[in-house]
Write a protein that binds this ligand. Structure first.
Ligand code: ATP
Length: 439
């Protein structure tokens, strides 16, 4: 293994130092498994979600979006079977009473090692509900227990009929959603990789209940999603598919594949593609009494559609995009993020902060660009330090107003990746940046 742990330490430290990700509730000693996105991290996350939404919903006429509630009628969870799906068998170490997922061989082995030669005895696997409980209601003794959603899928499935009745969709079509999910993970860890509160972005894609169609759309979505991550500049060698084995596949899943990333600690999943058949709609039909069938106006057939789900973690995608973009070159660290994802597109500097004529002119450039781009302003320290800071957060272009600018009405534009500097006329700056930020 290369210096992998060290790489993770560097990423965690960069995230803290540059405002990407902070430990949740840090000043109170934290809350395990929660993370807060800071000024740069929240921009990166928003850019990732916006880009996903644009390419998944806006640029396609076969997918619509929803934004469903996190809290749901508990019957919805009974129907979709989280008491099966979200109950993981756990084993407990009899030496120190820590609990681990029985299926996580790697963690179990490394825990055994941590007891340094002592014989570790494990309990029999016990089942444990991974859904987070909450109490809802204003009157103390009439409170009812609900669950915070453990996955966002259900909010789409329960609205299947509403979407059919309120839009012009016809099969095959998808419903997309981005939102928070919560799981009582036993061992949160690897930074944001396994958190107790996280975000997912999903499409449930409804198709005709037909074996050949199922296979076709499953393959289609595998390729489409992999291509999307590659289009964000992720290195091909760091991504792979991993088909679920028969015993790990959820009982309703006909086909299931993960897309994995070559993480510093080993290959790990950050999205799943699952052929769920008619499991969800049929169960909700049974539990709610609402007819979930689709009537095909062309063929006259009525059926409950099958569902090909693609479910990606926002936080895991973001983490792996950061890891993938991180590079060390000579005397700088640079995040080579896709320009569309970069938190700030441009940084504007006056060469010297104590020269009002430079500051004022640079400020005007900042004000002109801000309505069109996310622009950072920096007049602290020397120019080298400012470049260093912007490289660390992945800002594609730095614009400096210097003494020559007063004469020739041009500014220096410095490229993050090549470090090449161009002199660009101020009047043409916005179009120059627009063209180069492109895509
Ligand atoms: P794992 O086996 O790692 O627990 P999973 O197979 O249970 O993941 P899914 O239920 O398929 O995950 O959820 C889809 C996606 O949601 C995952 O690929 C991942 O990106 C994200 N996700 C799931 N659990 C977490 C978590 N605890 N923290 C962050 N992201 C998560």
């Amino acid at each position: 293994m290369k210096d992998e742990n060290n790489l993770m330490e560097k990423i965690v430290s960069l995230c803290k130092r540059r405002g990407f990700i902070f430990p949740g509730s840090e000043i109170y000693g934290g809350l395990a498994g929660t993370w807060d996105y800071g000024p740069t991290g929240s921009l990166l996350k928003k850019n990732l979600k916006d880009l996903w939404w644009r390419e998944t919903v806006q640029l396609r006429d076969d997918i619509v979006g929803v934004d469903a509630a996190i809290m749901m009628n508990p019957r919805a969870w009974e129907a979709s079977g989280p008491t099966e799906a979200f109950v993981d068998p756990l084993i407990e170490c009899k030496v120190c009473h820590q609990r681990f997922r029985a299926d996580n061989e790697e963690e179990i082995k490394s825990h055994e090692k941590s007891h340094k030669g002592k014989k570790v005895e494990w309990t029999e696997p016990k089942r444990f509900n991974i859904l987070v409980e909450a109490k809802l209601g204003v009157i103390e003794d009439q409170k009812s227990t609900i669950f915070l959603r453990g996955e966002i899928t259900n909010g789409v499935q329960v609205n299947f009929k509403n979407v059919l009745d309120s839009t012009r969709v016809k099969i095959p079509f998808g419903i997309a959603q981005i939102g928070k999910a919560f799981r009582n993970e036993i061992t949160p860890g690897n930074f944001t990789f396994r958190s107790r509160e996280f975000e997912q972005m999903e499409v449930q894609y409804y198709i005709k209940p037909d074996e050949a169609e199922g296979q076709k759309w499953f393959e289609y979505w595998k390729k489409d999603r992999m291509d999307w991550y590659l289009s964000l500049g992720m290195k091909k060698g760091n991504l792979r598919f991993r088909d679920h084995t028969n015993d790990e596949r959820a009982h309703y899943a006909r086909l299931a594949t993960d897309i994995e990333y070559n993480a510093p600690w080993g290959w790990n999943e950050f999205m799943g593609i699952h052929h769920r058949g008619d499991w969800d709609l049929r169960r909700h039909q049974e539990y709610s009494g609402t007819d979930m069938s689709y009537h095909d106006p062309q063929t006259g057939e009525t059926f409950i559609p099958w569902d090909i789900e693609t479910s990606a973690g926002v936080d895991r995608s973001l983490l792996f995009l950061l890891v993938d973009a991180y590079s060390e070159e000579d005397d700088r660290i640079v995040l080579k993020l896709d320009k569309r994802l970069a938190p700030y597109k441009i940084a504007v500097f006056p060469l010297l902060a104590n020269k009002p004529e430079l500051v004022e002119a640079a400020r005007k450039i900042y004000d002109d660009l801000s309505p069109r781009f996310m622009v950072a302003w920096d007049d602290r320290g020397n120019i080298g330090k400012r470049y260093y800071a912007q490289d660390e957060i992945g800002t594609p272009y730095c614009v400096t107003f210097d003494f020559d600018s007063l004469e020739d009405k041009k500014v220096t534009v410095r490229d993050r990746d090549t470090m090449k500097q161009d002199r660009v006329a101020i009047g043409e700056l916005a179009s120059y940046l627009e063209k180069n930020l492109g895509k």
